[in-house]
Design a protein around this ligand. Structure first.
Ligand code: F6P
Length: 517
């Protein structure tokens, strides 16, 4: 149990007695990214304790297991080998699938075919692609791309609205090819093609899945099925053919650039010493903030409009991976694990919830993410964006004491009495931890490296907490219950209310009645 390990106790004690040293610039540079961890607590004792804790968790061997395709996902007895998808000397099967994908895209481009793409997938089969397409296709592309994830019928209705079915490609991305949302939305899309009289409607559907036979049975032609593998976790599948949509919407170079950037981060993670290893340092700061300083959440603040979907991407990555409190031996971890992850791009976030970050009773560590260079032609906008990012971070770090607040009020012309009253409301506690992640510019390479940095951070945190970051049993339970309730609501079986709480029983009956009417 982690809480009983002497290395954990030493780490926790060292973290408690460490502080943020604002005069000490701590930078790690890798793959076009500067990770500034100066805003996290540090001390020589903490560095030593971290080293010992990682050694006690057998870190080098576990990292090697992950990167070489060993059984890293022990509760499901499989590898979590997403790094193999981005290695330059790809496994034969992976290289072949990449070639097939590129051939598909080149043919479509040469024929100027598929003016519209409807990407149907959810979770890991959605966020990474959505992020990449908005990051590099933000100014519009000649193909119109719609993303449909939700089971809510309004999503598929809106996703198909206004499109010409004759020139629309439906991309169904699902590792399992059993996900209810994706199958139902795919079915609606197929019916839409049929209703429009499209010749051979199945040929308008492509599937990316680890279950090609299931996709074939569903009706997708074999030539339109791209494979991913069981050893790729669902939330890591964006490194696979799931990016077909990106290649069609933006270009195959974007996909190649992302893979190269992620691979550069993989190599860094594998080789850099602990103090200079970006994912490890992010993980250690995350563990201190969550398990020692007791921050319940982590805020992601991309100061780049194009990275809005980074928030849900990291949210799924961190929360689905680390939202667990039982260790690999089935024992309670006994320290707080994965934080809630939330956020919004700056500067919108400043006008939405930054007040809470600055003066709320809880506060949260923040990952500020910004690009040094912009890709638009209005330098004044970028100057303001950079200034806002630095200013918010500085305010969270530095805070504002009562005396400074009082002086500010007096300088504004208030009476002594009024100033004394108002000043208390203007005090900022400060000392709130943050990372500043600066991308030289937003390129496929830097974005790939950024995402891989978060992935490895999550792996290290899982290792320290002793939990398996690669399963998601909690999500599975909800899926099973939903299946049963769906059968009841649609009248296939009688509601089984004996074992239910009164509220669920009431609503199952009420909804069943209204659906029947
Ligand atoms: O939410 C659970 C989950 O299994 C995720 O891990 C995954 O990204 C998502 O559902 C979609 O799964 P699939 O790609 O199999 O449709």
């Amino acid at each position: 149990m982690l809480s009983n390990m002497p290395e954990w106790v030493a780490f926790k004690d060292a973290a408690r007695t460490s502080s943020v040293n604002v005069q000490n610039l701590r930078l790690i540079q890798v793959a076009g990214i500067d990770l500034d961890i100066s805003g996290q607590v540090s001390s020589p004792q903490l560095t030593e304790a971290a080293r010992a804790l990682l050694a006690a968790r057998d870190f080098p061997a576990m990292r090697e297991r992950l990167l070489s395709g060993g059984i890293a996902n022990t509760t499901e007895e499989r590898a979590a080998w997403h790094t193999a998808l981005r290695a330059p000397a790809a496994i034969k099967e992976v290289a072949q699938e990449r070639q097939r994908l590129n051939a598909f895209v080149r043919l479509a481009d040469s024929e100027r075919r598929w003016r519209n793409i409807v990407h149907i997938g959810i979770g890991g089969s959605d966020w990474g692609v959505r992020l990449t397409v908005s990051a590099f296709g933000y100014a519009g592309t000649w193909r119109e791309v719609h993303f449909v994830a939700n089971i809510d019928g309004h999503a598929i209705q809106g996703g198909l609205a206004g499109l010409d079915p004759h020139d629309t490609l439906i991309v169904m991305a699902s590792k399992s090819f059993t996900t209810a949302e994706t199958l139902q939305n795919g079915q609606r899309a197929l019916e839409w093609l049929q209703a429009a009289g499209v010749e051979n409607p199945q040929s308008h559907i492509v599937a990316i899945t680890a279950r090609p036979e299931t996709a074939k049975k569903w009706g997708v032609p074999e030539a339109n099925i791209f494979k991913l593998w069981d050893w790729v976790g669902g939330r890591f599948s964006m490194w696979s053919a799931v990016n077909l949509t990106t290649a069609l919407a933006v270009s195959e170079d974007v996909v190649a650039g992302m893979l190269a950037g992620a691979n550069a981060m993989d190599n860094h993670f594998a080789q850099a010493p602990i103090e200079q290893n970006a994912p490890i340092q992010m993980a250690l700061a995350g563990v201190v903030n969550r398990s020692v300083l007791d921050y319940g959440s982590l805020n992601i603040a991309p100061y780049d409009f194009r990275l809005a979907s980074l928030v849900p991407y990291v949210q799924q990555l961190e929360m689905e991976s680390l939202g667990k409190s039982v260790d690999l031996d089935g024992e309670p971890v006994n320290v707080p694990t994965g934080p809630a992850v939330w956020g919004m791009p700056g500067t919108d976030a400043q006008h939405t919830f930054f007040q809470w970050l600055h003066q709320g009773s809880d506060g949260a560590p923040v990952d500020f993410i910004v690009c040094q260079q912009a890709d638009h032609g209005w330098p004044a906008h970028h100057t303001s964006l950079l200034a806002n990012c630095l200013a918010q971070r500085e305010a969270l770090l530095k805070g504002k004491g009562y005396d400074a607040a009082l002086q500010e009020c007096l300088d504004a012309g208030m009476s002594q009495e009024q100033a004394a009253k108002v000043a208390r409301h203007r005090v900022h506690p400060g000392g709130r931890p943050s990372n500043l992640i600066v991308l030289s510019r937003l390129s496929p390479y830097t974005l790939g490296a950024l995402l891989a940095m978060y992935e490895h951070k999550v792996f290290v945190q899982g290792l320290i907490w002793g939990i398996n970051p690669f399963d998601q049993w909690g999500v599975e339970y909800g899926k099973v219950l939903a299946k049963g309730i769906t059968a009841e609501l649609s009248g296939q079986v009688q509601p089984d209310n004996a074992s239910r709480d009164a509220s669920t029983a009431h609503w199952v009956q009420t909804f069943a009645r209204s659906l029947k009417a």
